[in-house]
Design a protein around this ligand. Sequence first.
Ligand code: PLP
Ligand code: COI
Length: 337
Amino acid sequence: MENIDWKNLPFGYLKTDYNIRCYYQDGKWGELEVSSSEYVSLHIAATTLHYGQEVFEGLKAYRGKDGKIRLFRCRENAQRMVDSGSYLQMATPPIELFVEAVKKVVKLNERFVPPYESGATLYLRPLLVGSGPEVGVKPSKDYLFMVFATPVGPYFKMGFKPVDVMITYDSDRAAPLGTGHVKCGGNYAASLPAAVEAHRLGYATSLYLDAKEKKYIDECGPANFFGIKNNTYITPESHSILPSITNRSLITLAEGLGMKVERRPVEVSELETFEEAGACGTAAVISPIGKIFDPQLNKVYDYGCEVGPVSTKLYTLLRAIQYGDVPDTHQWVELVD
Ligand code: PLP
Ligand code: COI
């Protein structure tokens, strides 16, 4: 632990001291339990193992210059877990239980919250699984809610440097009226063929298109997509993308900077017209996009190898709020004390 090289941490799993568990049985949630085991004991017929009754969240704890630890919009993550779990017919943890569990796991693993300016953060992964046995396809009666913590560096190795991505035409992560708008594990399994192919060809991730027509942009790997042109922040509207809390925050910040915001279907052909493009999410923060390869047209959209001025401005402002460097005028930050 003393030897953690904070500045060079990958986005990966590192063992921490404790995680939190909470069981839903007989129609009610129990007490939060602290565990030091990295393993979970599950019934062999648990619905999560067979029918994918699993949803999760991702958020980060940031250590400020003042030494204090902050969470960013964690109640929004709590609400999204309720939305995701409800869609999969699961019992979901109440908002306050979620927030208490997240704060507790941060506190218990305080020594793993990376120092200010190291570029690393403590990543928190709340997850909810159907734990009861069923053999027919139906919702579990019992659930297990857990939160683990692990210190991470940037999701894309480059950090705040442009990444190259590739459009995927031959697979979909979610169906038009499917689960794309909720954060369930199945979406990520379905995204693997495209992600593996993108990596194999040297791209950081894949850009998903709408599953019906392959005409509009959906998402960019585990992040939302945005484009900038004419002082306007443009981001796709679609039923099959995850409502990103980062994206929602960038929209507010862009408006605050006097920019116009458009949330609407974005055709692939519009990529030609953007001055800047980027991927945004908790793990990705803002990952500027350098090039987008379109294998169908055998065409490359090139946004340059320097980060654009608008992406830089938004990134700087978002980070400053998350780390407590500027006043939290939107009430987005919650202290862990
Ligand atoms: N889209 C997908 C598919 C994701 O997995 C994530 C990450 O959670 C996001 C977008 C970004 O969402 P957020 O900004 O809430 O982290
Ligand atoms: C996040 O941004 O927190 C995510 O959950 C993305 C992830 C699947 C790595």
